[in-house]
Design a protein around this ligand. Structure first.
Ligand SMILES: [Zn+2]
Length: 608
């Protein structure tokens, strides 16, 4: 308050002194100082001592600053500045040379934004260097001369730096400081782009693959829309969906979530999470949603008992047949075979086999078996986790029996695809990759842990790759897991057929999972897997439905996955609820540790 008052007094005195003219100013100021000194408790001697102390403090502080600037840290001139700028330009040149060539398809939006920002900064740099006061700099000429040839510019910049252009006068150094400041911005952007590029880890083959995807998926051209119309022909891609409404007849009952138990004190019980409603919505969204023009419907059919024996043991199948004859029972925790369930299970298996046969016979490239009850937990001799028959496993075996030498299974259901893994645990013809919540074993029906150490056995060692992800992994985490842990082994394995085992229970709102994917994440998964199929399996991709228990959002995530598979240039359906804050730092650490382990342990990944 005292300081403020003193300020007000000072300003007021100055104003009065100004009005008084040149002579009056001196008189007014003298009177003011005299009054202040008279009113204060300090004697003139004390005032002089105080002024002396203040002056000394200022001189010492200034001396230290000058000493540090000149002797200890002369950043504003000389080699340090040169090195700093050189490092930044080097980064810029690497960025210009590298990132334009290896830009991926997975995060174009992010790339686009960063590139836009970078272009803005580079433009600012070139405008600054074009200014008449600084145009003499060779660096400026290089950027201007090579405005349209960034790679050449990068080379020129490097060669100039080797000659050290900063040994100039003070004006040049000041100019260089401005250049450095702009380059620091560019450096930050380059680092961000590098980070995104490393998340994508896509090679130039991806760009070629995308082109070829566009070609191979363009299977139907509607003549009616093309003829007699000034608009260009409408090109449609198609996914062959295999479905039979008889699968809706499986009812797993009500209870506390999936337990089938009624404690007696709850007025309202849950429908079992694996209920018909979730599938009804998946059917209806494909029939009436924006993706419907891209869907071709095919009727599924029940599997025959002998067909089941290609994956399951006769004893196990007999157990299920007997259970059905006896009117049904709980086969294992949460897994209820009720009247109608066995027929639905046979339909699910047979419908998936029909979808695979459709591909094997060359009638289509992408088929989706929209089936329930799900199957990926069903082991050769054991039901588990709402699953009786392993629909995907049966389809994989059909592909092998039909002459396919290598089949890759990518399972993104939130739970470990233990049944499929178990079925091909000793085979080097089937590469099973499962991305799942790190839930571990859950009892006698699910003894497998899903850990990275379960790699297969015998010839199949290294052909079962588990990717247990932490809760909340989210879209970015999954994207990173795909680029680091899914794409590389698929590229090494080079499958002739790819099976995507899809569960929407990895979504952010699923009652059975905590992985926090949204529609964007599923869309990207669909796109990536389809690109892998285009590169490796002549586009042949079988998608098999597994879990996904949020009755409405699961349907949206299915829609998004198939949009991705279709490689559509923009989303057809906005996400109605999918906002989720992400923190991928922890999942990325886990993914890095899995990558390190697999690269050391898995022969397939070690081989060149
Ligand atoms: Zn699941």
């Amino acid at each position: 308050m005292a300081t403020g008052l003193a300020g007000v007094l000072g300003v007021s005195t100055h104003r009065i002194a100004t009005f008084a003219g040149d002579k009056g100013k001196a008189i007014v100021t003298s009177i003011f100082v005299f009054v202040i000194v008279s009113l204060s408790d300090n004697t003139p001697k004390q005032l002089l001592e105080m002024a002396h102390e203040r002056l000394l403090t200022i001189i010492i502080g200034t001396s230290i600053a000058v000493f540090v600037s000149i002797c200890l840290r002369p950043v504003w001139i000389g080699q340090d500045l040169h090195n700093q700028i050189a490092a930044n330009i080097e980064k810029l040149s690497q960025f210009l040379e590298g990132n334009f060539g290896k830009m991926g398809t997975l995060s174009w939006t992010v790339h686009g934004n960063l590139l836009g920002l970078c272009a803005y900064k580079i433009k600012a740099l070139s405008v600054y260097l074009l200014h008449p006061a600084q145009v003499r700099y060779e660096l400026g000429r290089i950027i201007v001369d090579n405005e349209r040839d960034v790679e050449n510019a990068a080379e020129c910049l490097k060669s100039v730096l080797r000659r050290n252009p900063w040994d100039g006068d003070q004006v040049e150094i000041m100019a260089a400081t401005t250049v450095a400041s702009l380059l620091i911005d560019v450096e930050n952007i380059c680092e961000a782009v590098d980070e995104v590029a490393s998340l994508d880890r896509v090679t130039s083959s991806w760009n070629k693959a995308e082109e070829s995807t566009n070609k191979c998926m363009e299977v139907v051209v509607t003549d009616t829309e093309a003829k007699g119309s000034s608009s260009p022909a409408v090109v449609k891609r198609v996914i062959d969906v295999f479905w039979h409404e008889g699968m809706l007849k499986h009812e797993a009952g009500n209870g506390v979530f999936d337990s089938g138990k009624d404690p007696g004190f709850l007025d309202v019980l849950d429908k079992h999470p694996e209920n018909a409603d979730r599938i009804r919505n998946m059917v209806s969204i494909l029939k009436r949603g924006p993706i419907s023009p891209y869907i071709s419907w095919n009727i599924g059919q029940p599997a025959l008992i002998p067909q089941l024996l290609s994956f399951h043991t006769p004893e196990y199948i007999n157990e299920l047949v007997e259970a059905d004859k006896e009117g049904g029972k709980m086969i294992c925790a949460g897994t209820f075979l009720n009247p109608g369930s066995w027929d639905a299970a046979l339909l699910a298996a047979g419908t998936t086999l029909s979808a695979m046969k459709h591909l094997l016979d060359g009638h289509g490239k992408v088929a989706y078996a929209l089936v329930r009850p799900p199957g990926h937990h069903a082991q050769p001799s054991q039901a588990d986790g709402y699953c009786f028959l392993n629909n995907a496993g049966l389809a994989v075996q059909l592909a092998l029996d039909s002459g396919c030498n290598k089949v890759a299974v990518i399972d993104v259901d939130v739970h470990y695809g233990n049944g499929t893994a178990e079925g091909f645990y000793g085979s080097n013809k089937v590469l099973t990759i499962s991305l799942h919540m790190n839930h571990g074993s859950w009892g006698p029906s699910h003894p497998q842990t899903g850990s990275v150490h379960e790699l297969g056995k015998g010839e199949g060692y290294g052909y079962n790759l588990n990717i247990p992800l932490p809760n909340g992994t989210g879209n970015n985490g999954y994207s990173y897991a795909f680029s680091e842990l899914v794409v590389p082994p698929i590229q090494k394995f080079d499958p002739e057929m790819i099976v995507l085992v899809i569960g929407q229970d990895s979504n952010a709102f699923d009652p059975n999972g905590r992985q926090c994917l949204t529609m964007d994440g599923y869309r990207e998964i669909g796109k990536t897997v389809n690109l892998l199929a285009t590169i490796h399996s002549d586009g042949r991709l079988l998608i098999v439905q597994e879990g996904g228990y949020h009755v409405t959002y699961s349907a949206y995530c299915l829609h998004a996955t198939l949009e991705g598979v279709l490689n559509l240039p923009f989303p057809l359906l906005p996400d109605p609820i999918g906002y989720y804050p992400e923190d991928e730092s922890f999942p990325i650490k886990i993914i890095e540790s899995i990558k390190k382990f697999q690269n050391e342990e898995v022969p397939l990944l070690r081989s060149s």
